[in-house]
Design a protein around this ligand. Sequence first.
Ligand SMILES: C[C@@]1(CC(=O)O)c2cc3[nH]c(cc4nc(cc5[nH]c(cc(n2)[C@H]1CCC(=O)O)[C@@](C)(CC(=O)O)[C@@H]5CCC(=O)O)C(CC(=O)O)=C4CCC(=O)O)c(CCC(=O)O)c3CC(=O)O
Ligand SMILES: NC(=O)C1=CN([C@@H]2O[C@H](COP(=O)(O)OP(=O)(O)OC[C@H]3O[C@@H](n4cnc5c(N)ncnc54)[C@H](O)[C@@H]3O)[C@@H](O)[C@H]2O)C=CC1
Length: 167
Amino acid sequence: MSEHGPGLSHPPYVAGLILAGRRVVVVGGGRVTARRLPTLLDAGAAVTVVAPALDARIAERVAAGEVAWLERGYESGDLAGAWYAMAATDRPAVNAAIAEEASLRQIFCVRADDAPLGTAWTPATGRWGETTVAVLSNRDPRHSALTRDRLMGAMSQLEPEHRPDEG
Ligand SMILES: C[C@@]1(CC(=O)O)c2cc3[nH]c(cc4nc(cc5[nH]c(cc(n2)[C@H]1CCC(=O)O)[C@@](C)(CC(=O)O)[C@@H]5CCC(=O)O)C(CC(=O)O)=C4CCC(=O)O)c(CCC(=O)O)c3CC(=O)O
Ligand SMILES: NC(=O)C1=CN([C@@H]2O[C@H](COP(=O)(O)OP(=O)(O)OC[C@H]3O[C@@H](n4cnc5c(N)ncnc54)[C@H](O)[C@@H]3O)[C@@H](O)[C@H]2O)C=CC1
């Protein structure tokens, strides 16, 4: 266990969300959102970011027309129509309000600042051809990222005929 504190009493149930064309609302435009945006866009999600200010990497995506941006603070109702949500502001009270709206609407929602109070967690992921590797631990993200890196490294050591998508 890391310094992240107690985790979950049950493991998360892993599902591959099919997000292509589906509305995903991410609240907060900082480093955490910037890190997670590429995989959401790879999945084809129709992402709206709600934040008064944006990390430069997110601003590039907005300028390219890949992401919609509401240039303001979160307001109740912003999650309407979303299939998935992320509360990733640096304000715990705001993240709590987002998670509450998500629960009322029964939208799975990651809470970046206090994970056990959310209803979904973000795995460390890697892609090998058409194969996706996803790792979750019990609230130890660096361990998850290291394990992902080891798995991806192990795949690159396999003979070509044993590699996913190449056998
Ligand atoms: C539980 C989870 C819920 C969720 O947010 O989805 C969660 C929660 C929290 N993370 C925190 C901190 C950091 N997390 C990272 C990095 C990653 N975090 C990711 C996932 C998850 N993080 C979820 C499942 C984790 C699991 O497997 O158990 C990764 C794997 C995937 C991704 O984000 O894409 C990605 C690696 C990506 C990659 O390398 O590919 C870094 C490193 C960095 O930022 O550089 C730091 C800072 C350094 C440090 O402290 O280690 C804090 C404290 C925040 C605070 O201080 O307030 C919380 C809050 C809490 O635990 O309550
Ligand atoms: N889960 C994880 O992997 C990690 C989680 N964290 C946690 O997530 C939080 C966010 O981290 P960073 O992205 O690094 O923070 P950051 O400081 O880079 O970005 C915060 C963002 O929230 C926005 N914001 C502030 N008030 C808002 C409001 N009322 N409505 C909408 N947006 C608002 C800001 O404009 C900014 O874009 C941290 O405070 C920390 O608690 C931090 C690192 C990793």
